[in-house]
Design a protein around this ligand. Sequence first.
Ligand code: NAI
Length: 247
Amino acid sequence: MSEQRVAVITGGASGIGRQVSLKFARKGDRVVVADYNEAAGQETVDMIKKEGGEAAFVQVDVSKQESVEALVDKAVELYGRIDVMHNNAGIGGAGPVLEQNMDLYHRTINVNQHGVAYGIIAAGRKMKELGIKGVIINTASVFGFLASPGTFAYHATKGAVIMMSKSAALELAPYGIRVVAVAPGAVDTPIIQGYKDSGMLDSMRAKVMGGELTQPEVVADTVYLVSLDEAAAITGSVVMADQGYAS
Ligand code: NAI
């Protein structure tokens, strides 16, 4: 692709999303860092600019469809196109099934599942309208396949992300738009620190090959690889970035 790409990264204020934003910018793409945390999102933008990259912050609440649509519109208004949409924002949604806090349950579904659906729909429509053969990348998880106690709602959302990615990939293929799920295992970010008190963090660490949490930079490398035109065969696929996470 000769033209400079535009990548929109939700959850770009922290963890995996921040590293993905930095990675794309370092490779010469223009980045829209999207998050509801404005201060931290702006910090990501400042980091990119300090390195000589091009980025802008747009505040979004991915659990609201109109907010995600406004994000995609804003990206096109700022940079004229959208080539990569990374639907990555997410929350931990921890809590055992029989003691489920239903507010947290619904919030987890709204952010992790509906948020990804809104991103697929808004970016897919815009890419189709502009005739852009782009790529939509959705952050899933090994928890979309493997059950673990205490994360009932989270499992539901990550299973949904995987099947939404496959289903959308089928329908968007005729327009040359790819849809891919990237599934990390246990990554060293703030979200996973929420599992510390329950002992889950230690048990997750033990399941990663090498016994250390995956660094978010490494997941960002995978997301970037999947975004390239050379990854044309990767669509409707789940790409594991899990360092061999075992059940
Ligand atoms: P993080 O907590 O560092 O980053 C999540 C970001 O999403 C934060 O900046 C937060 O402000 C933002 N966010 C949350 N709700 C939002 C909303 N409604 N609208 C806009 N932004 C919102 O966590 P991390 O680990 O970087 O998570 C990124 C993605 O990776 C999530 O989807 C998570 O489920 C997934 N994941 C993380 C793993 C891990 O071990 N850390 C493993 C597998 C998947």
